[in-house]
Design a protein around this ligand. Structure first.
Ligand SMILES: [Zn+2]
Length: 335
């Protein structure tokens, strides 16, 4: 057989499979196929031409594979992916999509789909104990990611069991592990940081240097509790926020505000935040709180012209926060 003939056959994988109708693996072997090839052809024949509850998808898949000229190795590749999908309908949907995909893209599309179909494991708080035959046991505890990371760091890796038990049960005799103060650093996108500032941190996932992944809201809660800078009031899982606490923004708040507005927030002004002032959107004397959502960076000039008093005659307009974003509100408009 010449190369030309071979290449012509190559693009007709599904037709070669169709020709196996009424044949068994031993029949194919008698025709010269290897045991492996024979088994594979019969298996492909069962899939594409055998009985299935999904005859409609099966027919479409055969047509698509023929149209794309999928060779036998592509059909084999498709099966290597559909095999990983347990649910039959989902497997057929994937097979059909891959048959309809040009050969050179099959692998990439399949990898993406299989990843999407993977059901994420649902972790929940729990404790497990596994006894081992040599007198040891393994305790597995699943809980709040930051707490678990902190707890893990208190374990002495030289003697993990003993140090853990000493801490948990307060057993004497074992030297207490020195409480190491480690600062967890959160690494997050600037865009996500803004979301957290705007109290929309619930859907922001933050990776911390302790390895724990937490939501933005958890991070804020944690930072507040740890720093002791501000008072956190959670009204039955309500928003964690800073309530009237101090007149002037803390260093922490200044840093956060500068991150939100690196320059004066007044439209068109480029005075750097470092030379700016921190302005209460709702004035302190009108009950405005010193929290990041009520503060904004302004240069001294714009802090002066911003109309603080909602009852004063409007001249230059004022800044306000709408749906989390600082906007300039022109004069003669109501709040
Ligand atoms: Zn300014």
């Amino acid at each position: 057989m010449g190369l030309q003939e071979y290449f012509a056959q190559l693009g007709q994988g599904i037709d070669l499979v169709a020709e196996c109708s009424g044949l068994s693996a031993p029949d194919l072997e008698k025709m010269g196929a290897s045991t492996h090839d024979a088994a594979e052809l019969i298996s492909l024949h069962t899939i594409y031409f055998g009985t299935t509850p999904y005859t409609g998808k099966q027919r479409l898949a055969v047509d698509a594979a023929r149209r794309n000229g999928h060779c036998l190795s592509t059909l084999r590749l498709i099966e290597s992916f559909t095999r990983r999908v347990k649910e039959q309908r989902a497997a057929w949907n994937l097979r059909l999509e891959l048959c309809a995909t040009p050969g050179e893209q099959v692998s990439a599309v399949a990898k993406r789909r299989v990843r999407e179909l993977r059901v994420p494991h649902k972790y929940r708080e729990r404790a497990l104990l596994r006894q081992h035959p040599n007198g040891l046991a393994t305790l597995t505890v699943t809980g709040n990611a930051l707490d678990m990371a902190d707890a893990f760091r208190t374990i002495d890796q030289q003697r993990p069991g003993a140090s853990f038990v000493a801490r948990m049960l307060g057993k004497t005799g074992a030297a207490p592990a020195a409480r190491t103060r480690v600062t967890t650093m959160a690494v997050l996108q600037l865009e996500d940081y803004g979301k957290i500032l705007r109290r929309k941190g619930d859907d922001v996932l933050v990776r911390t240097t302790s390895g724990a992944v937490v939501t933005g809201a958890q991070l804020v809660e944690r930072a507040c509790a740890n720093e002791g800078l501000i008072t956190v009031i959670s009204r039955t899982l309500g928003p964690v926020d800073l309530y009237r606490f101090e007149r002037f923004a803390s260093l922490k708040q200044r840093t956060m505000l500068a991150a939100e507005h690196p320059t004066c927030a007044w439209p068109g002004c480029n005075t750097p935040a470092e030379r700016g002032q921190f302005h209460h959107l709702t004035p302190w004397k009108h009950g405005g709180e010193t929290n990041v959502s009520n503060l904004v960076t302004l240069c001294s000039y714009h802090n002066g012209v911003n109309e603080d008093d909602p009852n004063a005659p409007p001249r230059r307009g004022r800044l306000t926060r709408k749906r989390g974003t600082i906007v300039w509100q022109p004069p003669h408009t109501s709040r």
